[in-house]
Design a protein around this ligand. Structure first.
Ligand code: GDP
Length: 289
């Protein structure tokens, strides 16, 4: 998956020739730093990571094994943000989840994938079509809902997403749904109107969780926009979409470290079952090859 970073991490490990060879550890650290930056890992994240790997390797006694163990443990630590992986259900159903993200990030697809994930785990799920920004979004969600056989709330005559979200929540409460997933509007870039609309929807339904769908392929921008959403709306979790197409692999590390919000799921393809709970160990294994 991440051939280039995996290859360059192996090169870094191979720089260490002899036990307790400080000069070779320095070379390995330089190589590691280069490979992380090339994989789009944020420079601050990179700095912290390599400093800790160097210290840990020295403490354990310089060698290829101790270097690799230190790297594995630091990567895992970095990806394990305090919080939860997967879903957190409210004690008073329906658990209302607001799906946010920029246009094209995979928000509508991810809403369908999560609904499908819940349905296969015997949860009663309702999706609500509140993305009135992108012309085809409501139609797309209708098609997805039909395909996965999940109920959908939409209102083709209503132009106010706040009213649709509120009505969907009333239906979900009355009809005893376990989870309500609300697909909201996205835009090509963050603007005030988008944020104002999201805040209005948020205030109207008081969601249990706000998920931000981040497109892995946008590299450093994914971290920047997730940070803006966190500051302006407040987000509880990140879903990394298009992870299957990410050849660099650094975005998960940057988001976990820089945004400080737990990564919940990763999207690994275009089809409905292509979603996984984010498990740090699994990602570290993929990075290390
Ligand atoms: P939205 O504008 O954020 O609602 O974006 P969409 O849900 O329409 O998704 C945009 C494109 O990304 C579509 O072609 C999706 O099939 C694709 N997509 C979404 N998630 C993934 C993923 O995890 N992997 C891949 N390969 N494609 C994805």
């Amino acid at each position: 998956m991440f051939d280039s970073i995996t290859g360059s991490i192996k090169n870094a490990v191979n720089k260490i020739r002899h036990k307790d060879d400080v000069a070779s550890l320095k070379k390995a650290i330089t190589e590691l730093k280069k490979s992380l930056l090339k994989a789009d890992v944020h420079h601050k994240t990179t700095k912290e990571l390599v400093t800790n790997v160097e210290l840990e390797t020295k403490a354990a006694g310089i060698g290829q094994d101790s270097f690799l163990n230190a790297l594995k443990s630091e990567l895992t630590k970095l990806l394990t943000t305090e919080g939860n992986q997967g879903f957190v259900f409210s004690s008073t159903p329906p658990t209302t989840i607001l799906m946010t993200g920029l246009q094209g990030s995979g928000k509508t697809t991810t809403t369908g994938k999560l609904a499908n994930y819940l349905k296969t785990r015997k949860k009663k799920v309702l999706v609500a079509a509140c993305d009135l920004q992108r012309l085809a979004a409501v139609e797309q969600l209708k098609q997805i809902a039909a395909q996965i056989e999940v109920d959908i709330y939409f209102d083709d005559n209503e132009k106010d997403p706040v009213k649709i979200a509120k009505a969907a929540q009333e239906k979900a409460t009355k009809e005893l749904y376990d989870v309500l997933l609300i697909d909201t509007a996205g835009r090509l870039a963050i603007d005030e109107e988008l944020m104002a609309q999201l805040k209005n929807v948020k205030d109207a339904v008081n969601p249990d969780e706000i998920f931000y769908v981040a497109d892995s392929l946008t590299g450093h921008d994914a971290t920047k926009t997730a940070t803006s959403f966190k500051e302006q709306i407040g987000i509880d979790g990140v879903v990394l979409s298009k992870y299957d197409g990410d050849t660099k692999g650094g975005v998960a590390l940057s988001i976990a470290h820089q945004v400080g919000v737990p990564l919940r799921f990763i999207g690994i393809g275009e089809k409905m079952p292509d979603i996984e709970v984010f498990i740090p160990d699994r990602i570290v294994s993929r990075l290390l090859g």
